[in-house]
Design a protein around this ligand. Structure first.
Ligand code: TMP
Length: 207
């Protein structure tokens, strides 16, 4: 069985990571790889159903504990049906968010629940990316950008600026915890510059 490559993108809301995930998917296809571009919450039929419960509606709709269970349920389905089969087939999987988002959103910013997040991850997911790009961006500018989209998926953006600042600190701390796989990229630059920096990391990684 061949071994694929698992790459994730992380960052606060409005950081530009989705654009970068898409650009990297195109680049990896240009390099001749078979690429699955996916996202969380979502990425499989069942997980997309759970996504709507999580990203729409009132900020107080779920407690942080319930969110951990819902995100982990969605992730388990995504892993079983989309990610693991693709990796087993030797493909490159690029996911817009994965377990680091739960570590930071539910484990640090929503509540001090990192131990619970880690325990559930170990039992139900047990998978880490090979490489994670954390797109680091000024929280104020990112929040403006995120809310301006009017996507109807603003439940976490509606938690306010301090929440986004806590998220940023959480992602930077996470990068220090996992220095081998996490690469912090300055997102306060043009999309083309950000994408050039990501390409340089990928080329160095593949050598
Ligand atoms: P997206 O806007 O990047 O598609 O992500 C949807 C929202 O869900 C975003 O505000 C971050 C949040 N989220 C969590 O709180 N925990 C998680 O584990 C994941 C994957 C996303």
């Amino acid at each position: 069985m061949s071994q694929g490559l698992f790459i994730t993108f992380e960052g606060i809301d409005g950081s530009g990571k989705s654009t970068q995930a898409r650009l990297l998917a195109t680049l990896m296809r240009d390099y001749g790889n078979d690429v699955i571009h996916t996202r969380e919450p979502g990425g499989s039929t069942g997980a997309e159903d759970i996504r709507r419960l999580l990203v729409e509606g009132d900020p107080g709709r779920w407690s942080p504990e319930t969110e951990i269970l819902l995100f982990t349920a969605a992730r388990r389905d995504h892993l079983e049906r989309t990610i693991q089969p693709a990796l087993d087939a030797g493909k490159v999987v690029i996911s817009d968010r994965f377990a680091d988002s739960t570590r930071v959103y539910q484990g640090v910013a929503r509540a001090d629940l990192r131990g619970t997040v880690d325990a559930l991850h170990d039992q139900m997911i047990g998978k880490e990316p090979d490489l994670t790009f954390i797109i680091d961006m000024d929280p104020e500018a990112a929040l403006k950008r995120g809310l301006a989209r009017n996507s109807g998926e603003d439940r976490f953006e509606d938690m306010g600026l301090q929440f986004q600042k806590d998220l940023r600190a959480g992602f930077l701390a996470l990068a220090k915890q996992y220095p081998d796989r996490c690469k912090v990229i300055n997102g306060n630059q043009s999309p083309a510059t950000v994408s050039g920096e990501i390409q340089a990391v990928i080329e160095a990684w593949q050598r």
